[in-house]
Design a binder for this molecule. Structure first.
Ligand SMILES: [Zn+2]
Length: 63
């Protein structure tokens, strides 16, 4: 199952009061405000705080 990119316009990062939009990079939704990436698993973005990882720890997001 693929992530529906139309959802991107409806999602905002829940961890920033300004709800900045996510950017889809590979299998991650990236919040450039928080500098955190959330994995997309089987088409479902995992947006729990414990699912987020710093962008700097994910090599494919730092190329
Ligand atoms: Zn954020």
């Amino acid at each position: 199952m693929n992530f529906d990119e139309n959802l991107l316009s409806m999602l905002g990062c829940p961890f920033d009061p300004s709800r900045p939009p996510f950017e889809k990079v590979g299998n991650y939704l990236v919040c450039r405000s928080c500098e955190i990436a959330f994995p997309i698993v089987d088409g479902i973005p995992h947006l729990l705080p414990e699912s987020g990882r710093p962008i700097s720890e994910i090599p494919e997001l730092n190329s």
